[in-house]
Design a protein around this ligand. Sequence first.
Ligand code: NDP
Length: 180
Amino acid sequence: MILTQRLRLQLRFKMLVSCIVAVSENGVIGKNGTLPWRLSSDLKRFKEITTGHHIILGRKNYEDIGRPLPNRINLVLSRKENLKIEGCEVFSSLEHAINFAKESGETECFIIGGAEIYKAAMPYCSRLYLTKVKAEIDGDVFMPSLGEGWTLERETSFPADEKNQYSTVFQIFERSLENG
Ligand code: NDP
């Protein structure tokens, strides 16, 4: 079969868009602009999974983190005109941020929240790294719908301990998207 140049380019630059998030039993992901729990093993896993990759985050999430996450290419989304953040690339459109990662030769870029960014990006995501926090949590930011078609690929449970406030279940889901 003869591949067109465009198809060859698409195959060469195929990039996975993945979502990574921790969610309580009642759907909470945040409170007062920050994370509503202390889960050090989850943060460690987040670092391992995302290191070396492009990460896409909302301006509010960036402000909570307070600095570019090291050893990752930080793509911050904001509608503020001319916003510049040292050590980050700022985009006013999710699609431009995803294309930037793709054109840089990225193989897997990560949507790391918060809720507004998850909502906008979910239609592009075909892998989901989900930490289920086994508690009902008081919060003010909730995870939007994950959409349909997900298949559970892996699941591991972790107990609560002195460094992890709640027990958690870490799951990896995948799905194929119609247009790629
Ligand atoms: P976000 O972090 O999603 O940031 C929202 C901001 O991003 C908007 O105000 C706007 O910035 C910009 N923005 C949003 N959509 C777009 C778009 N389509 N194009 C361009 N810019 C866009 O804020 P949330 O309040 O939803 O989430 C923050 C909360 O989520 C915090 O509590 C945080 O701790 C939590 N969180 C939890 C995670 C978890 O795994 N549990 C992970 C990540 C965050 P501007 O106003 O500058 O225009």
